[in-house]
Design a binder for this molecule. Structure first.
Ligand SMILES: Cc1cc2nc3c(=O)[nH]c(=O)nc-3n(C[C@H](O)[C@H](O)[C@H](O)COP(=O)(O)O)c2cc1C
Ligand SMILES: C=C(O[C@@H]1CC(C(=O)O)=C[C@@H](OP(=O)(O)O)[C@H]1O)C(=O)O
Length: 358
């Protein structure tokens, strides 16, 4: 279960090799036009098996809305969505059912619960993120009404950094690359790792434009803190940066401060947030993903009976999870911003209230 915020809550269910997975999104205001084709198009962007840069597991990820809408609009009641699994191939996991894959959640799930669904990691599989993307798509529809749009792309792969942030380019790139000049080198790094039965990490840049001043609750529900939590909750996310993040620690105050004019801020080192509250500038968040744990090289591990053994994996795995992770980052940002929007309604942002009461 994942719960975001106090007003908009997403609960997901299902396992990677179970019958289905899905979500319940509670808190969506009544009267929102639910564009089902848009929701499906978001799932299509995340679905596995689209290119050789992704896991070979092919899933259509067709989403079905079960409740919470009537005649194309939300009714204000919980919106339930389901996605059936069709291509599990659980046999691939038979030889590792009694051992712990290094880097994956097998060890901790087993010790926490005393048992685990070894088929594709069960609940710990990032297949669950399909449900997040379904919920995030509805959050995006809410935000679109308010003029907020969210975009993402890969700014770094295997240490190869891009310097350009071209979100339009990223949309059409099969690896959501932001810098066209670096894409070939980044792709080559992924394919070389794959060839070597290995994997690479990457960094996703996610931004939101059109965010009004005032989202975020001081001091214990700060927008930056909640965004960081939302991003860190994604499988394999290992660090989150707000605005210039780590780089800002190397700057002087005189370089890092965003000066203020009547026309707005002259720079955006802060990533659109000050004191945990949005300042009206673009929200900027970087999410760092580790290399995929399931690799096809022999590794040392132990069994559930405490014997030392070698781990040899079969199956289908992403050589770089950050690629599809980019779509998940957008969903998490959308859910967070939509929640914060609802929290602020009726407090100061009367224009938001008006939009929803219209
Ligand atoms: C979009 C996406 C796809 C992923 N695909 C794989 C995969 O194919 N194989 C794998 O072992 N891990 C994959 N992961 C990562 C694991 O799910 C993750 O490492 C695991 O749940 C352990 O969690 P942790 O790395 O956060 O500790 C993926 C993650 C994301 C976000
Ligand atoms: C199925 C998806 O990704 C999966 C995420 C995943 C993991 O361990 O996180 C491991 C692989 O699972 P399987 O071995 O069942 O193919 C990926 O394919 C998906 O994203 O829809």
């Amino acid at each position: 279960m994942n719960t975001f915020g106090k007003k908009l809550t997403l609960t997901t269910f299902g396992e990677s090799h179970g019958k289905a997975l899905g979500c319940i999104l509670d808190g969506v205001p009544a009267g929102l036009k639910i564009d089902e084709a848009f929701i499906q198009s978001e799932l299509d962007r995340r679905k596995p098996g689209k290119s050789k840069l992704e896991t070979g597991r092919k899933e259509a990820d067709k989403v079905e809305i079960l409740s919470g809408t009537f005649e194309g609009v939300s009714t204000g009641t919980p919106i339930a969505m389901i996605i059936f699994n069709t291509n599990q191939k659980s046999k691939d996991y038979e030889n590792v059912k009694d051992l712990f894959r290094p880097g994956h959640a097998d060890f901790t799930y087993f010790h926490k619960y005393g048992l685990r669904d070894y088929r594709g990691g069960g609940r710990s599989s990032a297949r669950e993120t399909a449900a997040r993307v379904a919920g995030g798509a509805i959050a995006k529809l809410m935000l679109k009404e308010l003029g907020v749009s969210i975009q993402s792309g890969l700014c770094e792969v295997d240490g190869i950094k891009g310097s350009v942030q071209d979100f339009e380019y990223a949309k059409n790139s099969k690896m959501y690359a932001l810098d066209p000049a670096k894409e070939a080198a980044q792709e080559a790094a992924i394919l070389a790792a794959k060839e070597n039965h290995d994997s690479v990490g990457g960094v996703v840049l996610t931004t939101a434009t059109g965010v009004p001043i005032g989202l975020g609750e001081p001091l214990y529900y700060k927008l930056d803190a909640i965004l960081a939590e939302a991003m860190m909750g994604i499988n394999a996310a290992k660090a989150v940066e707000i605005g210039d993040g780590v780089a800002s620690t190397h700057l002087k105050g005189s370089e890092n401060n965003d000066e203020i004019t009547l026309n707005g801020f002259t720079s955006n080192h802060s990533g659109g947030m000050l004191g945990g509250i949005s300042n009206g500038d673009t929200i900027v968040v970087k999410t760092h993903f580790k290399p995929t744990p399931s690799i096809f090289q022999e590794q040392q591990t132990i069994t559930t009976h405490n014997e030392e053994v070698k781990c040899n994996l079969k199956g289908r795995h992403d050589p770089c999870v950050a690629i599809r992770g980019a779509v998940v980052c957008e969903a998490m940002m959308a859910l967070t911003l939509a929640d914060m929007t609802l929290l602020n309604m009726g407090k100061k942002m009367d224009h938001l209230t008006a939009i929803y009461q219209a």
